[in-house]
Design a protein around this ligand. Structure first.
Ligand SMILES: Nc1ncnc2c1ncn2[C@@H]1O[C@H](COP(=O)(O)OP(=O)(O)OP(=O)(O)O)[C@@H](O)[C@H]1O
Ligand SMILES: [Mg+2]
Length: 228
């Protein structure tokens, strides 16, 4: 089942002499359970594409259909509550984990649930289930600063999964990890795609990390190509 479809997406920053055409006529379709890698050199448009897909940046032109709803029409938002869609149906994992420093691992994972009014015992149980899934229950009551980089990233993934999102977007999730821990994070993302049937899009510089991906796309100067 198709989760995301992007048609003719173009993103231009600035104008005149300062114009940057960051994305040029991007077409992309991602189905439930797909693990997709987005590769490309620095400045090729990877983060811009991820931010447009996250509905954080508005495309200059182009259509975005997500979970059966048209979110962006050719040249404007379709009038849907974008923030609600992000909260309820998307999960985000960043290069550095972005955990809230004064909340414990458990509280960090609880946070996105509280944003959609999930509270009490059911929410607590969901948090413990996620921490177990990420094999990090023994660190549940630690603050992020007391966790290793790999542990922090596993908590961040648990947090991204909290609302059982249709789509998970990760920008360089292994950049701050060594190869072994980076591989482990990629394996977890693969497991999540298959077991939860979430679509997962991962931006990475690191070609060593793309083993086992269903699709690999390559961005160059704002143009998207199939790698294989
Ligand atoms: N807010 C902005 N205003 C102007 N230009 C921008 C803006 N954001 C990105 N760009 C430009 O768009 C192009 C694509 O940038 P983007 O950050 O998407 O690249 P990237 O592939 O993520 O690079 P990296 O691997 O270094 O993270 C670059 O030329 C960049 O300078
Ligand atoms: Mg980037």
């Amino acid at each position: 089942m198709e989760v995301l479809r992007i048609e003719g997406l173009t993103k231009v920053f600035g104008s005149g002499r300062l114009e940057v055409r960051a994305l040029e006529d991007i077409n992309l379709s991602v189905a439930a359970g797909d693990l997709v890698a987005l590769l490309g050199p620095s400045g090729s448009g990877k983060t811009t594409l991820l931010l447009c897909t996250s509905l954080i940046l508005e495309p200059t032109l182009g259509k975005i259909v997500f979970d059966g709803e048209t979110i962006h029409q050719q040249n404007g938002w379709a009038g849907i509550d974008i923030r609600r869609i992000r909260r309820e149906k998307m999960g985000f994992i960043f290069q550095s984990h972005n955990l809230i420093p004064f909340l414990t691992a458990r509280q960090n994972v609880l946070f996105p649930l509280s944003l959609v009014d999930k509270k009490g015992e059911a929410a607590e149980a969901r948090v413990m289930e996620l921490l177990e899934y990420m094999e990090i229950t023994e660190r549940a009551d630690y603050l992020p600063a007391l966790l290793s980089g790999g542990e922090q990233q596993r908590v961040a993934i648990a947090r991204a999964l909290a609302n059982n999102p249709r789509l998970i977007l990760a920008d360089e999730p292994t950049a701050s990890l060594d190869t072994v821990r980076g591989k482990k994070v990629m394996e977890l993302l693969k497991k999540i795609a298959k077991e939860n049937q979430s679509a997962v899009i991962v931006v990475t510089h690191d070609v060593r990390m793309i083993e086992g991906f269903d699709y690999v796309y390559y961005l160059k100067d704002g143009h998207l190509n199939h790698e294989h």
